[in-house]
Design a protein around this ligand. Sequence first.
Ligand SMILES: [Zn+2]
Length: 277
Amino acid sequence: MPELPEVETIKTELSPYVIGRSVKGVTLLWEGIVRQPSVEEFCSRLTGQKITTLARRGKYLLVSLSKGDLLIIHLKMSGSLLVGRDSQEPPRFTRAIIHLDGGTSIFFRDPRKFGLMRLVKDKESVVGGLGPEPLEPGFTPGLLQKLLARRQAPIKALLCDQNFVAGIGNMYADEALFAAKIHPLRMGVSLSREETKRLHRAIRRVLRAGIGRKGASVQNYYRPDGTTGTAHFEFRVAHRGGEPCPNCGTPIERVTVRGRGTYFCPKCQQQNLPPPS
Ligand SMILES: [Zn+2]
């Protein structure tokens, strides 16, 4: 699933193709991709508007339009936005095509059909509840500590909770916890000040590394030009079940935490059990 580094890469790489261009029309090959408003209103309101800026909030791509609307795209499990020409055959699994002036098209490819588009006036109705952006200056070790206070949930689940902190998903949560040497099942509240500082540093490091490598193409993530990112080649535990830990050689284990496949090193990320009573 595309996470912060993947959506950030898409934002950066899509911008030169779309900013300043007008929407000439929309073709929906799967109407379920439009969440809001109705399909008819979505297509008619979007058509004719010029794209002014692209931004990212969490895993959402925010496309600002000239008449004050905002096109909000969530790629969910398997979406990508591919740039191409109007004249070409749409790539396989294309669910929507946004036709721009100048003959450029954006193909919303989404094999699993979970991706969503919304056209709204007020973005707060969609992204207002999200947690802080982990790469913004306001996300400090002190803030993370405050967020963790009293949280009786596994740290892995908290990191993946978009209302706790925005943009982190399964892959980068596993990588950050490995880098910080914290067991994924530790309760948020149980992290020491030192562990919280390590986790804060690790979160930023793995996200920046992911952006630097243009995202992770474990499955179905493509950059707008159709190429893949390379962040997954650098993953130390994510999707590496059974492989030796790069630190200690112990086989990486996979467990399920609140329904999420979670990879960790049982030796480097030991769970501090409460002392026997
Ligand atoms: Zn290890």
